[in-house]
Design a protein. Structure first.
Length: 387
């Protein structure tokens, strides 16, 4: 082998060495492929109605797995289908939705698709099936779609003991379930309800806090001992008496002056004790004060003023009632009559009554001026009489 040829081979070997070293270095630093070790769904069993859709979410572990591709499938596409986690129910029955990773790991969700609503009371179901304005397809059951579309339900005098299933009637505006054997009603989902007649049942309680659209309520002749209507500001008619026991009715001042004043003489409103804090959000208002005084606050007035007067204000106007009885029942007091004496007067203006209190300043010192209603609610302010 001649000298030139040897030199050429040597040069080629030297030039190739860096490429070999680089190639070896890449192979040493390359990460092995991270495989999926677990696939988990957020839901493993779901009860739905036919036509109701929902979404499944799959979590892949570890987060840095290289191939996170998932395959979705349904055990019975006649009952439910799935597309990238979006499940659609098509018919009644039970099937499974599967998710599978590229390396064969699986998880599943059991889907139970129901047809018609299941009512616990057969007499309720019979009454609803017989009403073609609710049972629009004329079959022997009520679907969730039919329930949601119903606006009126009249099921009185059917010996019904349970309204389980009524929670699906979310569009209901009028409900007459009077003259039955009901002991309880859950109306929390019926937020559009405006008219409720549940008289002459065996109800021991009635919660209508969520039914703020109510304009008519007849819950008379039951066994209810407490009823709170303070959140039902739209009420125009209330008939709630004649219970098996005296009913405590919680209401607001506006309701007392309005809906209650209009219906208090109705024969269906006997046997009721009213529960109302007339001092809620009330302040003491006087030109002698720098600002209106809230319950428990203080004011200072010079004895040289001799006297001043104040009124009870609510929402920047006189606390007033259509009748004077509640104001006449107020017990007014000055804790130290040597400092100040008071003289309350109930006055009338525009068919409403309000109270005006005159205060005579007697000497330097401090006193508390207060009023207590017939239920023990109290409101007061501290008066400091200065020189």
């Amino acid at each position: 082998m001649n000298k030139k040829r040897l030199l050429g081979m040597a040069a080629t070997a030297v030039l190739a060495l860096p490429m070999i070293l680089v190639s070896c270095h890449k192979e040493d630093d390359e990460d092995p492929e991270v495989l999926v070790s677990k696939v988990e769904l957020n839901i493993h069993e779901k009860d739905v109605f036919v036509g109701e859709n929902f979404t499944l979410e799959a979590t892949v572990t570890p987060k840095n797995a290289k191939n996170k591709k998932l395959t979705w499938s349904s055990g019975d596409t006649k009952i439910a289908t799935v597309d990238n986690g979006e499940v659609k129910t098509l018919a009644t029955g039970t099937t499974y939705i599967y998710v599978k990773s590229a390396n064969g790991l699986k998880d599943s969700c059991k889907v139970i698709a129901h047809g018609n609503i299941e009512f616990t009371d057969a007499k309720l179901l019979a009454a609803l099936v017989a009403d073609n304005s609710i049972n629009t397809d004329g079959d022997d059951g009520i679907s969730r779609a039919e329930a949601a579309a119903a606006e009126k339900m009249k099921i009185s005098d059917n010996e019904i003991t349970s309204l389980d299933g009524i929670e699906f009637f979310t569009g209901l505006k009028e409900l007459d379930c009077s003259e039955n054997e009901l002991t309880s009603i859950d109306l929390s989902k019926l937020t559009k309800l405006t008219n409720l007649n549940c008289r002459n049942n065996k109800l021991t309680s009635l919660n209508i806090e969520n039914n703020t659209a109510l304009t008519y309520l007849n819950s008379s002749k039951n066994k209810i001992d407490t009823l709170d209507i303070r959140k039902n500001s739209s009420l125009e008619t209330i008939l709630c008496g004649n219970q098996d026991t005296t009913l405590k009715l919680f209401l607001t001042i506006d309701q007392y002056n309005g809906v209650w004043n209009e219906k208090k003489g109705n024969s269906s409103n006997s046997g009721i004790d009213l529960v109302m804090n007339i001092f809620e959000d009330v302040v003491f208002h006087s030109s002698a004060f720098d600002n209106d005084l809230k319950n428990g606050e203080s004011a200072s007035i010079s004895v040289d003023e001799s006297s001043f007067s104040f009124r009870l204000y609510k929402k920047n106007t006189d606390l007033s009632f259509v009748e004077s009885s509640l104001l006449n029942q107020l017990k007014w007091e000055s804790s130290d009559k040597t400092v100040a004496t008071i003289k309350p007067t109930v006055a009338e203006s525009d068919n409403s009554h309000y109270v005006k209190v005159n205060v005579s300043l007697e000497s330097k010192g401090e006193t508390e001026i207060s009023a207590t209603d017939g239920q023990g609610n109290k409101i007061a302010f501290k008066l400091k009489v200065t020189e």
